[in-house]
Ligand binder design. Structure first.
Ligand SMILES: O=C(O)CCC(=O)C(=O)O
Length: 237
């Protein structure tokens, strides 16, 4: 599998220092960078077919969410999404966008790579992430809803901004909420620790497919038993 051929490197030259320093500056300023058309349009039908196949073995998660999740160990060896995740140049590119010297793939046999499948009625409520960043690749939008809604940099280490966060949750501060564009093929690097975000309710009989690629600045990162049981319904053998 020639993974490099999936990426539109004319539009997003991954080794171009000018591009990666510009993206790094945007990440520092906004806690998010959105790269539309990172995956070539011509590669999308094959990837969506893979998602539809994988979605059949997804586990329905109800902890803090209502969506179906495919775990890393469920991606077959010849999976193209797996190959993208395991492709060194992609990890090195994300490191440069983040301004990090080195990244490591998660040691979590389930959480390293997920496919999030959101079907009619599924949603992901307002939350902050426990991690400094998440990398997502949007592959298929739902017919209606399924928007990635985000309030960037709403809290910081020293200020939880609890009143505003509560007002967003109760729908009184929609003026602060941005919908981040997630057209198919978009790569997003996002810091959800300081940005409040959700995925709005999905409607219609087309599943929303998003691949979530987990990297860390330290080696050996794994999730705990409680998270594994909640999100995947099982523990490693
Ligand atoms: O499905 C998405 O687009 C993002 C999921 C998300 O918000 C998260 O994993 O924290």
């Amino acid at each position: 599998m020639n993974v490099a051929s999936l990426v539109d490197t004319d539009r997003w030259p991954m080794n171009d220092n000018a591009l990666t320093s510009q993206l790094n500056q945007a990440f520092v300023d906004e806690n998010i960078v959105v790269l539309p058309g990172f995956i070539k349009e011509s590669a999308l039908p094959g990837l969506v077919a893979e998602c539809d196949e994988l979605a059949q073995v997804a586990y329905h998660t109800t902890v803090n969410a209502n969506l179906d999740v495919v775990a890393y160990d469920q991606f077959p060896k010849d999976s193209v999404i797996r190959a993208l995740y395991e492709w060194e140049p992609l990890m090195e590119f994300v490191a440069r966008v983040l301004g990090e010297k080195q990244l490591y793939r998660y040691a979590d046999p389930f959480g390293a790579l997920n496919l999030a499948v959101m079907r009619d009625g599924h949603e992901l409520g307002w939350h902050f992430d426990q991690t400094d960043f998440v990398v997502s690749i949007a592959l298929q939008p739902s017919l209606e809803g399924g928007h990635f809604e985000n309030v960037p940099r709403i809290r910081s280490m020293g200020n939880d901004n609890a009143e505003t966060v509560a007002a967003i949750r109760s729908g009184e501060r929609d003026d602060l909420v941005r919908i981040e564009p997630m057209t198919p093929g978009t790569l997003m690097v996002f810091n959800g620790r300081w940005s409040y975000h959700r995925v709005s309710k999905v409607h219609g009989d087309v599943a929303r497919h998003v691949a979530l690629l987990a990297y860390d600045t330290k080696p050996g990162t794994d999730s705990n038993t409680e998270l594994k049981l909640g999100r995947y319904g099982r523990l490693p053998a």
